[in-house]
Design a protein around this ligand. Sequence first.
Ligand SMILES: [Zn+2]
Length: 287
Amino acid sequence: MRWKDGRESDNVEDRRGMSIPRGAKIGGLGGLGLVAVVVIGMFLGIDPSALLQSVSETQDTSVTSQQSGSTGVNDEMRRFVAVVLGDTEDVWSETFRKMGRTYEEPKLVLFSQAVESACGMAGSATGPFYCPADHKVYLDLSFFEDMQTRFGASGDFAQAYVISHEVGHHVQTLFGIADKVRALQSRSGSTERNKLSVMMELQADCFAGVWANKAHESRQILESGDIEEGLNAASAIGDDRIQKRTQGRVVPDAFTHGSSEQRVRWFRIGLERGNHQACDTFNASRL
Ligand SMILES: [Zn+2]
């Protein structure tokens, strides 16, 4: 992916190396297996607070100040994240402008170990998430290593897809889609709730594809192999693949993010069409 000549966003909040209060409770990172928590939290955009609260085990964690990670490789990663975020700002600002609206840019918080968001405390194992209450995307860069080692999803474009997916949840929030879905979910049974969650996630995947299309149109970001990287990442983190890895069987009603096939297909729809209106997963004849 070509990114080094891109514009860096001013909206990266670097909280790496910042200490959080001693004894602060970090939701649910105690008794659960790391993979399970990564999977639950990964790409979570609908309601992180629900996740953090739903896991009742909390753990007293004293996180002491650690050395700032903003040197060397991480510094390059920070620039990469800022450029991808800048690209999403350009693409969505233009889209909103055409609709006669103004795009409100989200902040992206880089953190290490643990972070406090308006949706609650989260640890690195939660994975990247978007908090609708403060309009911020939260990302621990170590997640990208996990993606590579645990899910075999490597490459800079795969990482950009993750960032862009989270920004997609921000766009859903600005469009008012996220609120509507949450309201519907609050009066639905668990099967219906999961289905609505899948629709949200697949739409965010599709929005990520739209970003890639538009950013390529204006800055030729895509290099050979990038599309495959993005599709591979979308496939690697599908619920069915992950359930097989963690439970040994597939339980469709428990899907909350979509199957590998669905995630790939919706990412591709966004990528090929380059129009967010093609991403209406809620009224699609085939999800
Ligand atoms: Zn998501």
